[in-house]
Design a protein around this ligand. Structure first.
Ligand code: PBG
Length: 324
């Protein structure tokens, strides 16, 4: 298996994100991208976060870049009439999420670091993260679809695909496909240690990705699981060629983050997920501790070993000067 340690050094913006020492350099802002034009739709339960069409997203990210927020993670939100059993639209080069990558790359070049979420749940009509066979997720067929989606994003110019599905073997499958198609500088961020958490609720609303029946416990990790499985998952993905290892959610798993950061030799990311964001925002509807809380949370992630922090608070943390 070809490893590509240079992927994380490829551009100045990747180096600043991964190796920069300040919290603000470590931040990644998530975005929800919808089809259409001139759409800027607030998301219930996630005050301050919107679903945006590509034209609006370009302006949002342009403002973000002007304040030094250069790393961005895109989630394509698919209309229900576009979904099917195979998540066909997810790898369509004309799909708005992939168009967004192309346009952002055209406009900002290497100044930004772009991640796209690669999973099937936003594009399958049943909302599961894989293809179903008799109501069970078929791992290896799902991996083939994930590879096709990853390739479409690489083709459009993404920096890293963020594989969030938790299928076995998808990191090496994507790496091999990138190698055979000549995408030697496109990386893989693996959601390596991802728990079947109750903190994803607001996101599933925002991304319309809740499973129609059942849950995600056959692939996402059991919340009772100890450190050994977390380290096993992280190390497997590291050996499969992941460029960045993610732990998710963040706050309830700070201890796991520390263990994983100590165990792997790749940069570690943490996802401060939607439910964690909503908790802080709702607690501060009538008080002004938001900044102090966010500051404390971001420092906790750093202290626990995060090199990269994906957070819906990213923009506010910088513009409100909650962090140095
Ligand atoms: C897709 C995916 C999810 C999140 C990121 N990618 C939802 C899930 O696994 O159900 C959650 C992010 C958040 O809650 O902010 N599989």
């Amino acid at each position: 298996m070809q490893t590509r340690p240079r992927i994380n050094r490829w551009t100045q913006s990747r180096r600043d994100l991964i190796f920069g020492t300040s919290i603000s350099q470590s931040l990644v802002q998530p975005h929800f991208v919808v089809a259409g034009e001139n759409i800027n739709q607030p998301i219930d339960g996630m005050p301050g976060i919107h679903r945006q069409s590509v034209d609006v997203l370009l302006e949002t990210i342009s403002n973000d870049v002007s304040i030094g927020l250069n790393a961005h993670m895109l989630f394509a939100v698919i209309e229900s009439d576009q979904k099917d059993a195979m998540a066909t639209v997810a790898s369509d080069s004309q799909m708005h999420g992939i168009q967004a990558v192309r346009k952002l790359r055209e406009r900002f070049g290497d100044q930004i670091v772009l991640f796209t979420d690669v999973c099937l749940c936003t594009a399958t009509d049943h909302g599961h993260c894989g293809l179903l066979l008799d109501e069970h997720i078929n791992n290896d067929q799902s991996v083939q679809r994930l590879v096709e989606i990853a390739l479409a994003n690489a083709e459009a110019g993404v920096d890293y695909v963020s594989v969030s599905d938790m299928m076995d073997g998808r990191v090496s499958a994507v790496r091999e496909a990138f190698e055979s198609h000549g995408f030697h500088s496109v990386g893989v961020l693996s959601y390596a240690v991802k728990y079947a958490s109750s903190f994803y609720g607001p996101f599933r609303e925002a991304a319309s990705s809740a499973p129609v029946f059942g849950d995600r416990r056959s692939h996402q990790m059991d919340i009772r699981s100890g450190y050994s499985e977390a380290i096993f998952e992280a190390k497997s993905d590291e050996s499969e060629g992941a460029d960045i290892i993610m732990v998710k959610p963040g706050l309830p798993y700070l201890d796991v983050l520390r263990q994983v950061a100590d165990a792997v030799n790749r940069p570690v990311a943490v996802y401060n997920v939607s439910g964690e964001y909503t908790m802080v925002m709702q607690a501060n509807q009538e008080s002004d501790q938001c900044g102090n809380m966010v500051r404390e949370i971001l420092h906790a992630f750093k202290r626990a070993g995060a090199d990269i922090i994906v957070s819906y608070h990213a923009r506010d943390a910088i513009t409100q000067q909650w962090i140095e």
